[in-house]
Write a protein that binds this ligand. Structure first.
Ligand code: THU
Length: 132
């Protein structure tokens, strides 16, 4: 499961629009219904409208009525070089916490398909919750 999601994230990264940072990110979000949503980072000349790869995948799924998720794989690196792990930013972690349980899996992958896996609880402890 992990390796195939990482391969999908590498595929997704090919569509990254990142002419300003040259930092290419891809994600593959596995929904509970088994569907996989791909995302890439999409930058903008005005900078702030840029979107991360993780949120692109989440927003694609949610806009199609899919709101329950199991795992996301993320790859990222300069000039499509996925030699190091790329960890999700704080904003993306907060978006994950809106829709995912604490045991949602976050898989950080490299091009050799090695990975590190965390739960959302590990990457965003003591988060601001809907109940708050
Ligand atoms: N980026 C992502 O897409 N996801 C992350 O988790 C970290 C950062 C993007 C945003 C921007 O397009 C580029 O990487 C450099 O920050």
């Amino acid at each position: 499961m992990e390796e195939s999601l990482i391969k999908a994230a590498i595929l997704a990264a090919q569509n990254s629009y990142s002419p300003y940072s040259n930092f290419t990110v891809g994600s593959a979000l596995l929904a509970e219904n088994g569907k996989i949503y791909l995302g890439c980072n999409i930058e903008n000349g005005a900078y702030t409208p840029s979107n991360c790869a993780e949120r692109t995948a989440f927003f694609k799924a949610i806009s199609e009525g899919v709101t329950k998720f199991k795992a996301i794989a993320i790859v990222g690196g300069h000039d499509k070089n996925f030699d190091d792990f790329c960890s999700p930013c704080g904003v993306c972690r907060q978006v994950m916490s809106e829709f995912c349980s604490k045991d949602f899996e976050i898989i950080l992958g490299k091009k050799d398909l090695s990975y590190k896996k965390y739960t959302l609880e590990e990457l965003l402890p003591h988060s601001f919750e809907l109940e708050d």
